[in-house]
Write a protein that binds this ligand. Structure first.
Ligand code: SAM
Length: 220
């Protein structure tokens, strides 16, 4: 490794995150009494809970509880795997969020399991994933990185520490599901689901997938 590139050092992302949360909440028609499950909530600083101090929220992640700093009264943490949420009943929640989770779950069978669990535990759901051809790919922070030939990706990752990605000592790196909105909709397999683009500042694009019972197109 001879260099490190991390564009987040140059951008104040808190306003972008807040605007993104507000859009997600509107698209999924979030109501004040909704019980939320935030699947793949992360360690705490960027969860849904960072923007919502009133709804009841259960955060779920693979992380051990000691790594998660969720101390708000409205939030509870449950360590668990998104592909098997059997600790929760069908429709135990009103809304399921997953922000930056589904692009990491592989292979496809596991990814579909995670999507079905999300659809099972809440009647309304919303997921945010990187755009297939984001101008700046959010994990590696290189222009159109998802479209680079595989060998070029591996060579760049071997030589540089790109973005937030960590590699194992043998140079292996975590593959990302870079899918189009249409491909995501096929995986969600739900006639109510819709995919939307989301600009996160001028350079990063994401895809939002929202669906479920009780959502009208007029609200989205
Ligand atoms: C990029 S972080 C996103 C965190 C947070 N949602 C956010 O918006 O910043 C992805 C999170 O998904 C979690 N994760 C990955 N695979 C998972 C799985 N199978 N089940 C539950 N969580 C998982 C990781 O531990 C990590 O905290």
């Amino acid at each position: 490794m001879i260099g490190r590139v991390d564009l987040r050092r140059f951008v104040n992302t808190s306003g972008l995150r807040l605007a993104r949360y507000k859009r997600l909440a509107r698209l999924v028609d979030l109501r004040p009494t909704d019980r939320i499950v935030d699947i793949g909530c992360g360690p705490g600083v960027r969860t849904i809970a960072a923007y919502n101090h009133t709804n009841t929220i259960v955060g779920v992640d693979l992380l051990p509880p000691e790594k998660v700093k969720l101390t708000q009264a409205n939030v509870q943490y449950v360590q668990g795997d998104a592909t098997n949420l059997s600790v929760f009943r069908d429709d135990q929640f009103d809304v399921a969020f997953s922000i930056g989770l589904l692009e990491h779950i592989r292979p496809e069978g596991q990814l579909i399991a995670a999507i079905r669990e999300m659809q099972r535990v809440a009647p309304r759901y919303i997921a945010l994933v990187p755009h297939r051809y984001a101008f700046i790919e959010p994990h590696f922070q290189m222009p159109f990185f998802s479209a680079w030939p595989g060998g070029l990706k591996s060579a760049a990752i071997r030589r540089f520490k790109l973005g937030s990605q960590s590699r194992s000592p043998d140079g292996a790196w975590q593959r990302i599901n870079w899918l189009s909105g249409a491909d995501w909709l096929k995986l969600f397999d739900d006639p109510t689901a819709r995919a939307y683009g989301h600009w996160y500042g001028p350079l990063l694009q994401y895809t939002i997938i929202v669906g479920g019972r009780g959502l009208s197109d007029g609200k989205r």
